[in-house]
Structure formats: C-alpha cells, structure tokens
Design a protein. Structure first.
Length: 412
C-alpha cells in the first residue's frame, strides 16, 4: 500500500456521491458500483456473522485498491468507488477482479464470494451531474450481475441508452423488431451422443445498433419490464417450428423464460398453453427454462405456476444450477422436470472437485426424479466426465453451436 491510499476511508452513500460530484466538476472520473451477489445466500447458509465477515473483507479490499480515491457504502452490500484515472477502466476492472480472487484464495471460507461490478467513465464534458452517471453505473452493474464478470459502460456510444430506446418501442402483439431471431443449440443423450433436443436462444442483429449480446439486452429488458414481450416471441418462434422438430426427431425444446416474465405478465401461462394447443406441440415437448430462482422464490404462487404448466403438458427446467444463489429448496419444492447444471461447473480448476460436483448434480436428479443436463461441454474430456458422473443429457459447443433451424434441415 502506498501512502496516498492511507487516507481513503469509507463514506456514506450521500457523502460519496457529493464528493464524487465535486471531483466531476473539475475533471472526468471513473466510477464503479460493486455488489456482493451471494450475500443473502451466505447469510442463510452460514449465518449473519459469516455474512458480516464477508462484508468487512470486501469493504477492506475495496479501500485498499491501488486506484480507489473515494469509497462509499451505498448499502451494506453495495459499494461505490471513484477513481481519478478516467483513462483506464480496464485497469479498474482488473484490480477489482484481482482483489476478488485474493479474497477467495486467502479466506478459506466454504464458499466463493461473488461480486458484480459495473464501471463507467464519467466524462465531465458529457455531464457534470453525478446522477446521470449513477444510473449508467447501475445498468452496468445489472449487466455484470448476469454475465458474472465486470462490465464497462460504453459511454462513447451510450449503447445502453440506445438499447433502452429500442426496447422501449416493443409492444405485445407486434412482430419482433428487425434482426431479432432465435437459434437452436443441440442437446444430446450422453450415452449415445444422439441429438434429441434443442435450446432456443435469442439473437439480435439490430440494423441500427449492430449485433447485440443477449447478456446485455436481456437484463435491460428485464429492468424495463418488457422481457415478457421477448419471451412471448421466443415461444411463438419455437412452437411454430414444432413440425420441423418432429421431422428431426427432436423430443424436447427448451425456451428461456425470465422469472420476471411471470411477474409482469399474469396471462403468460394462458398464452403459452394456447400456443401449445393450437400449434400441435406434443405433450412434454416444450420446456420452459427458468434461471433466477431467487425471484421465483418470491412469487407466492411459484409452485402453483409450475404445477399449472405441467398440467397443460409444458415442462419446466431450472437453468444455470450451481451458479449464484440457486437453492436446493427450489428443486425440492417446485417439482421441476429438468435440472440444467451451469457450465461454470466444468470450468472448475480441480479435476476431482469438478467430478464431485457433477456427481452431486446427477445424484440430486436421480433421487428427486428430475432429468439432469450438463451445459458447456467443450471437449471430449468434458464429455467423459459427464458420462462418468452418470448425467444423462449434455449440451455445449462440442456437440454444436446455436444455429438457425435451416442449418439442421440442410445437414440432415
Ligand atoms: O445465447 P447465449 O447465447 O449468449 O445467451 C445468453 C443468455 O441469454 C443466457 O443466459 C440465456 O438464458 C439468455 N437468453 C437467450 N435467449 C433468451 C430468451 O429468448 N429469453 C430470455 N429471457 N433469455 C434468453
Ligand atoms: O443461461 P443459459 O444456460 O440459458 O445460457 C446458455 C448460454 O451458454 C448461451 O450463451 C450459449 O451460447 C452458451 N453456451 C452454449 N454452449 C456453450 C459451451 O460449450 N461453452 C460456453 N462457454 N458457452 C456455451
Ligand atoms: Mn438456458
């Protein structure tokens, strides 16, 4: 630590924003929002004392960052950082990532701390109003929370605002905007390697904004309350192709549905069930993949929704299991049909740990009668591990990238 940082102290939220604005009046700054993603889960699993220890450790690490000039505690789990070197947002991302891996290496806790962080260049030629930048930092944080890595807000293009503008035009009942389409990634039977399923994934090559990653526009659509419109289109695109799936002997097709969709769109279940009835989708052929089980947990009627879907022949998958705050309780109480193990499990550095994790996934599935799929198979070695763990279904670049449906018809 150099002497210049010794005076850095934790500020309250308002004080942080006021002092940052004073700096911004003079010159551009870097601003970051950092959130401890899995703190609720840590508190619940390991007790509040452990949670407090995590918060203290993170706070100290942020205060000690080489570049930190101002550090504010906006809430107990949300921090703001201001730095005086606006020219190097990547450096700040690297510093925070490094601090996080130090925490996880040195702490010997029985879990990994997960941080989401959004970094923005607050350019004082563009605005000297701190609130202008706070909203953008919050968006970067939200996108980061989904991506599982630090995100820099691209203020030169103001891309997030432009995405907001385009998403604001979406209306239920309209057609998808130009360039929005769905591609399909194969799901294979682990034993035979035979393709028996698909997952539908949205792509958006916007004529004005270029190719946009769903990791960026999906969280913005969720925040704006328009995600249900996109999810309805995903289902329309998928169900209308069901005869093609039959021709390809595809038994099940997964469609990602945001948990927010169930919140915003009370008629969603009716909508899906009408589609299924009119399009001739087979019983059990359509699977809704739901990720943010934390949100689902808050929906009082989550089990009722799942049951309702199942009664109408629509299956449900818990997606990205093993990442973030997914809880075992959900699997036990929600009676879902599939468990999709997150690809990060296969990226664990220790081979023995990786095998053990996959085995746990397989065992949960076997004992609860849930079909288990492992995502992110990229190599023969990955596939061998999945086979050895006894996981029946697999998906990943090793078997195929997401492709338009025509691709499969041509290659049949
Ligand atoms: O496709 P990858 O292809 O980059 O998808 C990124 C993320 O976007 C994944 O978490 C995936 O679940 C999500 N996603 C992809 N398509 C859709 C969709 O149609 N609706 C919703 N809600 N999420 C989607
Ligand atoms: O969140 P969800 O599981 O729905 O998202 C699937 C995401 O994983 C998509 O972005 C898809 O493009 C990506 N994906 C699919 N197969 C692989 C793989 O083998 N490796 C990696 N890194 N990503 C993959
Ligand atoms: Mn998915």
């Amino acid at each position: 630590m150099t002497s210049s940082q010794n005076h850095v102290q934790i500020l309250g939220g308002d004080q942080f924003h006021n002092l940052a604005e004073q700096e911004l009046a003079k010159h551009s700054i870097l601003m970051a929002k950092v959130h401890i993603q899995n703190i609720a889960w840590i508190n619940a699993q390991f007790g509040n004392q452990m949670g407090d220890q995590v918060i203290t450790t993170v706070r100290k690490a942020l205060l000690n960052l080489e570049r930190s000039y101002l550090v504010g505690e906006i809430s107990p789990t949300l921090f703001g950082i201001a730095c005086l070197q606006p020219e190097d947002p990547n450096g700040l991302i690297a510093d925070i990532s490094h601090a996080l891996s130090e925490i996880n290496t040195n702490s010997h806790w029985p879990f990994l701390v997960e941080l989401a962080f959004g970094v923005i260049v607050a350019n004082n030629d563009v605005s000297k109003n701190i609130h202008h930048w706070i909203t953008r930092a919050n968006t970067a944080l939200m996108v980061s929370a989904r991506k599982g890595q630090g995100v820099i807000y691209d203020e030169s293009q103001d891309l997030f605002q432009k995405i907001r503008f385009e998403l604001g035009k979406l209306r239920v009942g309209d057609n998808p905007p130009e360039g929005m389409r769905w591609v399909y990634q194969p799901v294979v039977e682990t034993d035979s390697g035979k393709m028996i399923g698909f997952e539908a994934l949205v792509r958006w090559d916007s004529p004005t904004l270029g190719s946009l990653s769903p990791d960026v526009f999906i969280p913005i659509a969720e925040e704006m309350g328009v995600i249900h419109i996109i999810d309805r289109w995903a289902l329309m695109a998928t169900t209308s192709a069901c005869h093609t799936f039959d021709a390809l002997n595809i038994e099940s097709v997964g469609v990602n549905v945001s948990a927010k969709t169930f919140e915003h769109d009370r008629r969603f279940v009716d909508f899906v069930s009408n589609l299924v009835a009119t399009c001739g989708v087979n019983h059990g052929q359509l699977v809704l993949e739901i990720t943010e089980t934390a949100v689902l947990e808050n929906l009082l009627d989550a089990s009722a929704i799942v049951q309702d879907l199942k009664d109408r022949g629509i299956e449900v998958a818990i997606d990205d299991f093993g990442k973030g705050e997914t809880s075992l309780m959900n699997i036990a109480t929600l009676q879902v049909d599939y468990l999709k193990l997150d690809k990060s499990l296969l990226r664990l550095p220790n081979l023995a740990v990786k095998g053990a994790m996959l085995k746990i996934g397989a065992d949960i599935g076997a004992s609860l009668g849930v079909k288990v799929l492992c995502e992110g198979i990229e190599t023969q070695e990955d596939w061998d591990l999945v086979k050895a763990a006894g996981i029946p279904l697999a998906q990943g670049y090793f078997f195929g990238h997401p492709q338009p449906l025509e691709y499969y018809l041509k290659n049949e």
